[in-house]
Structures are given as C-alpha cells and as structure tokens.
Design a protein around this ligand. Sequence first.
Ligand SMILES: NC(=O)c1ccc[n+]([C@@H]2O[C@H](COP(=O)([O-])OP(=O)(O)OC[C@H]3O[C@@H](n4cnc5c(N)ncnc54)[C@H](OP(=O)(O)O)[C@@H]3O)[C@@H](O)[C@H]2O)c1
Length: 297
Amino acid sequence: MTNLEETNLSPLIVGTMRLGLWGAQMNSQQLQEFIEESIEFGLTTFDHADIYGDYTTEADFGKVLKNNSSLRTKLQLITKCGIRRVCANRPDHKIKSYDSSPEHIKWSVENSLKELATDYIDVLLIHRPDHLMDPNEVAEVIFHLYEAGKVRSFGVSNFTPSQFELLNEEIPLCTNQIEASILALNPFEDGTIDQCLRQGVPPMAWSPLGGGALFQTGEDPRLNQILQVARPLQEKYNCQLDQLLLAWLLRHPAGIQPVLGTSKIERIRDAVGALAIQMDRTDWYDLWQASKGAVLP
Ligand SMILES: NC(=O)c1ccc[n+]([C@@H]2O[C@H](COP(=O)([O-])OP(=O)(O)OC[C@H]3O[C@@H](n4cnc5c(N)ncnc54)[C@H](OP(=O)(O)O)[C@@H]3O)[C@@H](O)[C@H]2O)c1
C-alpha cells in the first residue's frame, strides 16, 4: 500500500466543497479556469467528497477533466466516501447514516471514478468514523481497489486517535483530515495531531480559516482577541490575515496541509504566500493564547 510520500500532494490543498452547488456554483468555464490557475500557482491537489453539492460537485469537476484530457496528469484527486446523505439525488437514503461496509466503499469508489471521469483516485478517505466499521473488511476492500489501480492511497477524516489506530493496524493510513485552525484547537490537545506526528503522516486541516468566521463580525469573543494579536503580526510579517493564520498552521511540525475553502482565485494566489512565512515560536503562542483567552499555565 502506498502512502503520501509517493502520492506527492501540494502543501496547500484546494477544497472543492464551495465551488459547486454548495457555494459559488461555477459553470464549467469558470471551474476550468479556477483549476488551471490553481495549478499554475503550484496547488495541484483538489479535495472532493462524494456528497459535495448533494452529490453533484464531483461530476462538475469530471466534466472539466473530460473536456481537457491533459489536465488529469497535472493534478491529484482526493475524495471521500462513507456518508449517506439524505437529499433529492439519493432518494433511497431515508435516514442519514455512515457506511464503511465493503459494498458501500466499492460502490462509492466506482461512482466517484465515473463522476470525476478518471481511472484512479489519488487519495481515498473515509469521511467520518462509522461505529459499525469492521477494520478487517475495510482493509480488504481497499487492498483490492489498490491492486486494481483504482485507489493509490488511503486515509481517514474526522477520526479520533483510537479510531485511527484501529484501522491503521490493518492498513497504513496516509492522513487524518480534521478540522484545525486558530478557532479549532482541539486536535492539538486531544492527541489527534500528536498521533499523525508519531506515525509520520501529515494531517490535513479542513476549515483552516474557520469556514470564513475569521473574516466576519460574530458572537465568538475569541475573534477580537485573535484580530488584536494578529494585526501587529501582519505588519511584522508583511502579510494578510489569511496568510498569517495559514502560516500558523504550517508552523506545526506535523506538516499540516491546510485544505483551502475559497472560491476566489486571488485568495488561492494569496494563500501561496503563507508558505514563505516562517513564524516565530513566540508569535505562534501569542496567537494560541489569544484564541484560548488565557495565558499559558
Ligand atoms: N473532511 C471533512 O469533514 C470536511 C469538512 C468541511 C470541509 N472540508 C474540506 O475543507 C475545505 C475547506 O473548508 P472551508 O471551506 O470551511 O475552509 P475555509 O477556508 O476555512 O473557509 C472558506 C470560507 O471562508 C471564506 N474566505 C476564505 N478566505 C477569505 C478571506 N481572505 N476573506 C474573506 N473570506 C474568506 C470563503 O469565501 P470566498 O469563497 O468568498 O473566498 C469561504 O466562504 C472544503 O472545501 C472541503 O474540501 C472537509
């Protein structure tokens, strides 16, 4: 089984959740430009899930790939399976549930391959921990998909350290894609990121900018505290707020790969600037304390 070292993903990943029906509703031309320009900025890895856009965003992306045969070799595709979402496009889903059964994984991979118009998925993730998951069965079906050349690398998303361990004993996992940002500190403290570090697998951080909350005035008292600390740091590092907070994630030794959620190509370009920022240890903790609202013990 391969892992991320062989898969070679970009250090920042382009999320697709908000590009289609669940957000910008890009047409094919707009999506093609967004993909091509992201690649030009060096961001070659795109994060999907079967459910995005109520099961339509993979197909939007696939349409672009179908019409531009040279694109596939220039990018890597992550997709996820295992959530049975209730929506008009899945009338047989009467109740929301999670499904990591071999039948569902196999069916879902075949479907994603068809929707994305590709022969292989670079990284397949189990989207959410399924309490009824049998790790042996999952390992077996993934191994078959790997042997068939349909899945090159395999990981999980939103798994606790013990859930990760359970599956990792049967099959090597290449990542745990988790919510992590200056507003989502839990994985830094509950062992999730420690485990990735120990295993040598880079975690991926979804909602790295708090799903946009960092740019809105909201109820969260942490926002003001973070912004107050961030402002002088933006001057020090000569950067924007988004770049600073991505650099904060990138500073961690686990090799966190932020999954960007923007649908604006200029924000993709700006995000790349974060890679050049080497944040000082004390500044990292200054932001940590601002988010915590308390000084370190
Ligand atoms: N594994 C999972 O369970 C899971 C869950 C959620 C998401 N994901 C993945 O993670 C990706 C990112 O998640 P996310 O979309 O929540 O990430 P995010 O980058 O934290 O949030 C994106 C939102 O923030 C806004 N935004 C970004 N930069 C901004 C800026 N400089 N100024 C103002 N607004 C800004 C975006 O609006 P604009 O479009 O206008 O820039 C968008 O609405 C998703 O696309 C998906 O691939 C995975």
